[in-house]
Design a protein around this ligand. Structure first.
Ligand SMILES: Nc1ncnc2c1ncn2[C@@H]1O[C@H](COP(=O)(O)OP(=O)(O)OP(=O)(O)O)[C@@H](O)[C@H]1O
Length: 256
C-alpha cells in the first residue's frame, strides 16, 4: 500500500473543512446561432477523500461539468474552487500549472503515449512539471495498482484493464488533490470495468484521494458513495450509497 508521508504541496488551508471541490452557481453556455445552455446553475461541495459519480442521460452536461470542475474549460458564470483555490480567477498559465500539480485525469481512451513504456507514461506528469520522481512512491503505486510487472511494456502490449490501471497510476503520481475520471470504464467489458472501479475506490480510501467519476453506467456509479444525477444541465437528484437499481431508477425517472 502506498505511503502518503512524503512532501506534498497541496494548497488546502485545512483539508478537514475545505471541500476538495466547490462549485458555486456554475453555468456554461456554448455560443452559436442557437446557444446551448449546457450547465444551468450548479452548486456542489465534494468532500475531501470522497468518491462521487456524476450520471445523466447523453447531453445532460456531465462532461461539461467535469471539464469546468477540472479547469479544462471555463464556466460562463460562477465559481469553481479546487482545494480552496478559485480556478476562475487564475490566469491561463497559472491554471495550467495548478492543474499539472493538483489535478489528475483518467479518460476512457487511456491517452497513454504509444512509444513510451508503462512506467515512462506514469512518470510523464512529473517530468513535464520538472519534478523528480520519488522511486519509493512510484514503486508503491505500481504495485498497488497491480502493474509493477508490466512497467517496461509499451501500451500496445497491455490489455484494456491493464492500460487503464497504468493511466490511473499516471493520474496519481503527482499526488493530486482531486482525480477526475471521464467514463474510465467505458472502453472495458463490464467485469474489467468493475475491477478498475474497485481499484479507484481502494485508491481513494488508501490515499484519502478525492475522486469524481462521470459515467453512464449504473453499476459503476453504485460503487461511489454519492451519486449526482444531472438532467438538462441541472442537478435533479442526489443519492447516498445507492444500489445500481436505485441509480437506474433515478435515471429512468428523469428520462420520462
Ligand atoms: N463544444 C461544444 N459546443 C457546443 N455545444 C456543446 C459543446 N460541447 C457540448 N455541447 C453541448 O452541451 C450539452 C452537454 O454536453 P455534454 O458533453 O456535457 O453532455 P454529456 O452528458 O457528457 O453527454 P454524453 O453522455 O453523450 O457524453 C449537449 O447539448 C452538447 O451538445
Amino acid at each position: 500500500m502506498p505511503t502518503t508521508s512524503t512532501t506534498t504541496s497541496h494548497p488546502t488551508q485545512d483539508h478537514r473543512t475545505t471541500p476538495a471541490v466547490r462549485l458555486v452557481d456554475v453555468r456554461k453556455t456554448y455560443p452559436g446561432r442557437e446557444p446551448v445552455h449546457a450547465l444551468r446553475g450548479i452548486s456542489l461541495d465534494l468532500r475531501a477523500g470522497s468518491v462521487t459519480a456524476v450520471v445523466g442521460q447523453s447531453g445532460s452536461g456531465k462532461s461539461t461539468l467535469l471539464n469546468c470542475a477540472a479547469g479544462l474549460d471555463s464556466p460562463s458564470h460562477g465559481q469553481v474552487l479546487v482545494a480552496g483555490h478559485d480556478l476562475t480567477t487564475l490566469r491561463p498559465d497559472d491554471l495550467t500549472r495548478f492543474r499539472r500539480e493538483h489535478v489528475g485525469f483518467v479518460f476512457q481512451s487511456y491517452n497513454l503515449i504509444g512509444h513510451l513504456s508503462a512506467v515512462e507514461n506514469v512518470r510523464l506528469p512529473l517530468v513535464l512539471a520538472g519534478r523528480v520522481p520519488d522511486p519509493a512512491w512510484q514503486a508503491d503505486l505500481l504495485a498497488f495498482l497491480g502493474v509493477a510487472e508490466l512497467a517496461d511494456r509499451l501500451p500496445g502490449e497491455l490489455s484494456g484493464g491493464q492500460a487503464q490501471r497504468v493511466a490511473i497510476a499516471r493520474a496519481l503520481i503527482t499526488r493530486p488533490a482531486v482525480v477526475f475520471a471521464d467514463e474510465p470504464t467505458g472502453a472495458l467489458d463490464s467485469r474489467t470495468g468493475a475491477a478498475v472501479l474497485q481499484v479507484l475506490r481502494e485508491t481513494a480510501r488508501a490515499l484519502a484521494q478525492t475522486i469524481v467519476v462521470v459515467t453512464h453506467d449504473s453499476t459503476v456509479a453504485a460503487a461511489a458513495e454519492r451519486v449526482i444525477v444531472l438532467a438538462d444541465g441541472q442537478v435533479v437528484d442526489e443519492l447516498e450509497a445507492p444500489t445500481a437499481e436505485q441509480v437506474t431508477a433515478a435515471l429512468l425517472n428523469r428520462a420520462r
